[in-house]
Design a protein around this ligand. Structure first.
Ligand SMILES: [Zn+2]
Length: 865
C-alpha cells in the first residue's frame, strides 16, 4: 500500500464515523428536551421521592484512604477529613495524647512539650457520635453495692459531637466529618488562657483562624492514629509581637501532634504509690474505702516483664529503647549513651538486665522524632531555650503505665550563651537568675538544665581563674552532660525530683578525689545540686554525679521489682530511714521564700553541712572577685566575658546565702511511718546552734557593711558589648546598689516571711530554742549595730531602709494581717529600738539617712496608735 492510499483510507473512515455518530447525537438532544418537558409535568403533580441514602463509598470517592486504628479519608481536592468509627469501637475507652511539634516559646508552646493524656469514649446518640472525656480520678470496689452509683456527681466532658454522614450496616462502620475534631481546639486547649493580673502588654496569640489552620501530616497505625495540625492564630493588630523568634506576631503557627491510642490490652500490673519514694503519679481516690487514707495513687512506670520470671536477674521481654536523634552532636554521642545506660545498674538491683537500650536514629529514617512509638533523645537549638533538658513521659491514665517518653536537650548547654535575657536585661539587671521563674508555670517542668548550665559557667569561671588546662574543662563538661542525661532519663522512668538528696556526703568526702571517684555526689541524680568545687584546688575531684545514687537504685527497686507479696515491698520501703535514702521533692523544697520548712530540701546546695559548704562557696566567690578583671579581660575583645563572669559569680553567692537563710525557723521533716526502724518524729526543729550559725553567717556575708566589697575599678568595666540600638530600653550603666540590695532582699523575704515567723513561734512549743525575740534581736543587731553610731555606707543605707520598710509593712501594710501578734510586737519593739539608735551622727549622708529612718518610723508609729 502506498502512503497516499493510506491517507485516503483514513479520511474515508473518519467521514463514515461522523455520519454514523451524527444521528445518534441528534437523538440524544431530542430525549433531553423531552425529559425537561416531563419534569414540568412531574412538578405539577409531585410524587414523594425518597432521598438516596449515601453510602460510605459514595462519600469518600474523591478521598485518599489512610488506614489505621481510626481510618481517615482526606479529600484530594479540599484536604478536608472524614473519619471512620466501627461499631465495636463504640463505648470502648481510648487514650488521647498531644504534644507540641513546633511553636514559639513566647506562646508557651515549644517543640517536644507534652500536653498530657486523657481517656475518652465514643458514644452513639441517635444520628450522632459523641467524643466524651472520662474521669479517671476515682475507684469503686465492684463488689461493694455502692459502686452501682459510681457515676453520681462525676460528669464526663463531651468534647465533640459529629453527625453520622454514612453507616454501612454490613461492616458496621460509621463515617463522620473530622475537620471539627482535629482542626479546632476540640481535643485539647492550645492557646493559653489569659491569667488574671497578666499585663495587657504581654505577648498573646490571636484567634484561631479556621481558614489558615490545616492538617500537616497524618500517620495511621493499628494501635494509634496520629495527626499533626498547624494551628494558626491571627489578629489584625498587635501591641506586642513577641521575641525575634516570632516571625509574624499577627499570624503565629503552633503545630500539635494528636494521637488517638487504643487502650493497651496487656497484663501490666498497677503499682500503688508510697510517700517515702518520689514517683510521678496519677491520683486516684477509692470512694468505697472507709479508712482515712483512701488513696490508690498509681505510680508511673514502664511495663517491664522478665523474660524468665524465675531468674533472679532476667532481660525484660521488651526493654525500654532510647533512640538518639540523628541531630545529636557527634562528639557527644558516647557520653550521652553512657548517661542513659547508667540506669541499668539500678535496674539490675530490681531484677532486670539490659532494661535500657540505646539505638541511633539512622540519617535516612522513615520516622520522625515526634512519632510516639519511639522514645527519642532529641536536640534543638532554640532562640529562647525554655529548658536545658526536659524529660516528659505520658501514661495510660487508667493504670499509670508509661506509654512513651522523650528527652529534649538544648544545644545551649554547650555554649556560653547566657540563656536568660533577664541576667543582662538593662532595665531589670538587678535580678539574678532564679530557677523559680522557670518553675512557676509548670510544676513538673524540669529546670535542671538551666541550673546545670549556670553551674558549669561558674565552674568554667573558677577553672579559668585557676589557669586550669583544657582537659580539665572538658572533663567538667562531660561530667555535666552525664549528670544531666541521667537526671532527665530518671524523669522518663517515672521519678520526680529529690531535692533532699544532696544532703548525703560530707564536705570532707566531697573534697577527697579518690573517695568520690565514679560516684554520685548526692543520694540521687534527681536533685538540683550545686557543682562540687573545692576552694583548695589540690583537693578538686569530680565536679558532678557520674553514676546513679543509692536513692535512685532503691527507687527503681520500688518501682520495678516484680514483688511476690506485700511483705517484700514493705521490707524495701522500710529502708527509707537510711541516711542515703532521704527524699523530699519540689513540693517540700525551699527555693521560694516562705514556701516550705525543711532546709535540707533545697536547690543549689551540696553536702550534709550546707551552711559550711555555702560559706566556703561565698568565700571562693569573694576571692575570685578580687582577680576577675585580670582573668577575664582579653586584648582586642569587648568586656562581655568579664561582665558574664561577674554576674555568674554574684549569682552563685546569692544562691549560697539563700541556702543558709533557710535554716532560720527551719523544721526537719521525717517521712518515715510510725514504728519504722530508724524513724524519728515527723517534725524536729533545727537546733539552736545551727540557727545561730546561719544567723551569724548571714550577718557576715549578707548584711555586714563590707559584705559585698569588690574592687571599685571593676565596675568601670562591666560593659555589655554593643549591638545596634540595644541600650534603647534603659540606661546601660551597671546598677550595683540595686543588684546588691536584691540579694539582701531575697534573704529578708524568707526570714521575715509571715510563714517563717509564724513557724518560729509555733515550733517554740515543740523544741525550737531560737525564739522569735532572740532571732529578731539578732537580725536587728546584724543590720544596725556595726555602723548606726557612725558613718553608714551606701549599701548599708539601702539595707537599713529596706529592712525598716519591711517592719513597717508587717505592722501596717496590706499584708499585715498575715503576721502573728507575737511577730508584730517584736517588729514594733525593733522599730522603737532603731529609732533610739538612729540619732543623727557621722557624715552628712549618714545624718540624712538616719533622719530618714526616724521620719519613717515616726510616721508609722502615728499610724499604729
Ligand atoms: Zn528535673
Amino acid at each position: 500500500m502506498t502512503k497516499q492510499f493510506k491517507l485516503v483510507k483514513r479520511v474515508a473512515m473518519l467521514l463514515l464515523l461522523c455520519l454514523f455518530l451524527m444521528p445518534q447525537q441528534a437523538e440524544a438532544q431530542r430525549k433531553k428536551k423531552k425529559r425537561k418537558k416531563d419534569d414540568k409535568t412531574e412538578a405539577a403533580a409531585p410524587v414523594p421521592k425518597k432521598p438516596k441514602v449515601k453510602s460510605i463509598s459514595d462519600l469518600v470517592k474523591k478521598s485518599k484512604k489512610i488506614e489505621g486504628l481510626f481510618t481517615i479519608y482526606q479529600d484530594t481536592v479540599t484536604g478536608s477529613l472524614q473519619m471512620v468509627v466501627s461499631e465495636d469501637q463504640l463505648g470502648k475507652e481510648f487514650i488521647h495524647f498531644s504534644q507540641i511539634a513546633n511553636g514559639v516559646t513566647d506562646a508557651g508552646a515549644f517543640r517536644g512539650s507534652y500536653r498530657g493524656s486523657k481517656v475518652f469514649k465514643i458514644k452513639k446518640y441517635f444520628d450522632k457520635l459523641e467524643f466524651a472525656t472520662q474521669n479517671t480520678s476515682y475507684y469503686f470496689d465492684p463488689s461493694n453495692a455502692i459502686s452501682r452509683s459510681k457515676d453520681a456527681n462525676i460528669s464526663e466532658g463531651i468534647m465533640a459531637t459529629a453527625k453520622i454522614e454514612a453507616h454501612d450496616k454490613e461492616t458496621g462502620l460509621y463515617l463522620i466529618k473530622a475537620d471539627g475534631i482535629f482542626l479546632k481546639e476540640t481535643l485539647s486547649q492550645i492557646k493559653p488562657p489569659r491569667f488574671p493580673g497578666q499585663s495587657p502588654f504581654a505577648f498573646s496569640l490571636g484567634n484561631l483562624d479556621k481558614m489558615k489552620t490545616k492538617v500537616n501530616a497524618i500517620k495511621n497505625y493499628p494501635e494509634n492514629t496520629d495527626m499533626a495540625v498547624d494551628y494558626v492564630y491571627s489578629k489584625s493588630s498587635v501591641l506586642n509581637g513577641g521575641s525575634a523568634a516570632v516571625t509574624d506576631g499577627r499570624n503565629v503557627s503552633v503545630t500539635v501532634h494528636h494521637s488517638l491510642i487504643a487502650m493497651p490490652n496487656n497484663d501490666y500490673q498497677t503499682r500503688l504509690d508510697d510517700p517515702r519514694v518520689g514517683y510521678f503519679l496519677t491520683q486516684v481516690t477509692d470512694q468505697t474505702d472507709t479508712g482515712s487514707i483512701p488513696y490508690r495513687d498509681l505510680v508511673h512506670r514502664w511495663h517491664l516483664k522478665k523474660k524468665d520470671p524465675n531468674a533472679a536477674i532476667s532481660e525484660p521481654v521488651e526493654p525500654i529503647v532510647w533512640w538518639m536523634e540523628n541531630s545529636t552532636p557527634v562528639e557527644w554521642r558516647e557520653t550521652i549513651t553512657k548517661g542513659v545506660l547508667e540506669w541499668n545498674k539500678a535496674f539490675e538491683k530490681a531484677g532486670f538486665k539490659n532494661a535500657m537500650v540505646v539505638k541511633m536514629q539512622p540519617d535516612d529514617a522513615d520516622w520522625d522524632a515526634g512519632d510516639i512509638r519511639y522514645n527519642v533523645l532529641r536536640w534543638t537549638s532554640s532562640p529562647n531555650p525554655p529548658f536545658g533538658g526536659y524529660g516528659p513521659s505520658f501514661v495510660n491514665p487508667r493504670t499509670g503505665q508509661i506509654l512513651g517518653a522523650d528527652i529534649m536537650l538544648e544545644y545551649v548547654h554547650f555554649t556560653n550563651r547566657v540563656m536568660y535575657d533577664k541576667l543582662f536585661d538593662l532595665t531589670t539587671e538587678t535580678k539574678a537568675f532564679d530557677p523559680n521563674d522557670y518553675m512557676k508555670d509548670d510544676k513538673l517542668f524540669c529546670s535542671l538544665g538551666h541550673v546545670m548550665h549556670e553551674n558549669t559557667m561558674f565552674g568554667q569561671a573558677v577553672l579559668a581563674a585557676a589557669n586550669a588546662d583544657d582537659l580539665e574543662m572538658e572533663r567538667m563538661k562531660k561530667e555535666a552532660m552525664i549528670a544531666l542525661i541521667m537526671h532527665e532519663v530518671g524523669h522518663t522512668l517515672g521519678l520526680n525530683h529529690n531535692m533532699k538528696a544532696s544532703h548525703t556526703l560530707s564536705p570532707e568526702e566531697l573534697s577527697n578525689p579518690e573517695f568520690i571517684k565514679g560516684k554520685c555526689l548526692t543520694g540521687s541524680v534527681m536533685d538540683y545540686a550545686g557543682i562540687n568545687l573545692t576552694k583548695d584546688k589540690s583537693k578538686q575531684g569530680q565536679f558532678y554525679d557520674t553514676s546513679v545514687g543509692p536513692y535512685d537504685v532503691w527507687a527503681i527497686q520500688f518501682g520495678y521489682t516484680p514483688f511476690k507479696n506485700d511483705a517484700e515491698r514493705n521490707t524495701l520501703l522500710n529502708q527509707s530511714t537510711k541516711p542515703e535514702l532521704i527524699f523530699g521533692n519540689d513540693a517540700d523544697d525551699m527555693r521560694a521564700p516562705g514556701k516550705a520548712i525543711d532546709p535540707r530540701v533545697m536547690i543549689g546546695d551540696l553536702s550534709n553541712d550546707q551552711i559550711g559548704y555555702s560559706i566556703d562557696r561565698i568565700e571562693l566567690v569573694n576571692d575570685l572577685m578580687q582577680n576577675v578583671k585580670s582573668k577575664f579581660v582579653k586584648d582586642g575583645q569587648s568586656y562581655q566575658e568579664l561582665r558574664r563572669a561577674y554576674y555568674i559569680l554574684s549569682g552563685q553567692r546569692n544562691i549560697a546565702t539563700g541556702v543558709i537563710s533557710r535554716f532560720i525557723g527551719g523544721v526537719y521533716v521525717d517521712r518515715a511511718m510510725a514504728g519504722q526502724q530508724g524513724a524519728t518524729q515527723p517534725y524536729t526543729p533545727v537546733s539552736l546552734e545551727d540557727q545561730k550559725r546561719a544567723m551569724n553567717a548571714l550577718a557576715k556575708y549578707t548584711f555586714a557593711p563590707d559584705a559585698y566589697n569588690a574592687p571599685n575599678d571593676l565596675y568601670n568595666y562591666l560593659a555589655l558589648q554593643r549591638r545596634g540600638y540595644n541600650f534603647f530600653g534603659g540606661p546601660e550603666d551597671p546598677k550595683i546598689h540595686a543588684q546588691v540590695l536584691s540579694y539582701q532582699r531575697n534573704v529578708l523575704a524568707h526570714i521575715l516571711h509571715p510563714n517563717t515567723l509564724q513557724r518560729i513561734s509555733d515550733s517554740e512549743l515543740y523544741g525550737n530554742k531560737y525564739s522569735i525575740s532572740m532571732f529578731l534581736t539578732d537580725l536587728n543587731n546584724a543590720i544596725f549595730k556595726a555602723d548606726i553610731y557612725g558613718n553608714v555606707n551606701s549599701f548599708r543605707q539601702n539595707l537599713q531602709l529596706e529592712y525598716v520598710n519591711g517592719l513597717i509593712a508587717g505592722l501596717t501594710g496590706r499584708q499585715s494581717s498575715r503576721y502573728t501578734h507575737a511577730a508584730k510586737s517584736m517588729m514594733l519593739y525593733n522599730l522603737k529600738t532603731i529609732r533610739a539608735m538612729a540619732a543623727p551622727s557621722g557624715n552628712i549622708a549618714s545624718k540624712a539617712h538616719k533622719q530618714h529612718l526616724r521620719t519613717r518610723i515616726d510616721n508609722a508609729l502615728k499610724e499604729i496608735k
